[in-house]
Write a protein that binds this ligand. Structure first.
Ligand SMILES: Cc1cc2nc3c(=O)[nH]c(=O)nc-3n(C[C@H](O)[C@H](O)[C@H](O)COP(=O)(O)O)c2cc1C
Length: 149
């Protein structure tokens, strides 16, 4: 059974709410999921899991959510060879058309540089997250399937 760590950052709770649904999808496929707020996570533990899922909203003009900044810096440069990974996050294309969900792209790029395999396209949620709960669960299920390959 795949052991997955889902690490999220969330200032106004949208990513945290999405995380619950992504977890439900992962668990439907039998994954053993550990969920952590990035404020309680350390990069050193990433290697303890078969797969990594990050949930991060975009702030500023295309920046990672504040709590993710130090974690991201610590991760950049480490080896995550053999790890499978996927990233999701909410954003707002109306308010920030030029930097919509940029945090998802940033984290994917860094994971790839570290040697991790991105198994599924990043899941980007535009605007209100409630209507996307079902899609979040479906994405989690898809990610869990792809992580088993
Ligand atoms: C000050 C500020 C800056 C933002 N910048 C961006 C941005 O550059 N790109 C984007 O897609 N969304 C941006 N957003 C929208 C947030 O990513 C969105 O509200 C998200 O759902 C917040 O997630 P959270 O509740 O988990 O913190 C911004 C929101 C605020 C308040």
């Amino acid at each position: 059974m795949a052991e997955v760590v889902l690490i999220f950052g969330s200032t106004t709770d949208n990513t945290e709410m999405l995380s619950e649904h992504v977890v439900a999808g992962l668990e439907r496929r039998g994954a053993l999921v550990t969920v952590k707020n990035v404020t309680e996570a350390s990069v050193d533990e990433l290697a303890d899991y078969d797969a990594i899922v990050f949930g991060c909203p975009t702030y500023g003009e295309g920046d990672l959510q504040d709590d993710f900044v130090d974690f991201h810096e610590a991760m950049d440069g480490m080896s995550l060879e053999g790890e499978k990974a996927a990233v999701f996050g909410p954003g707002d294309s109306e308010g920030y058309p030029d930097s919509f969900c940029k945090a998802v792209d940033i984290l994917e790029e860094t994971l790839k540089r570290c040697g991790a395999e991105i198994v599924a396209e990043g899941f980007k949620v535009d605007g209100e997250v409630e209507p996307a709960f079902e899609d979040a669960e479906a994405w989690g299920l898809k990610v869990a399937k792809l992580m088993q390959k």
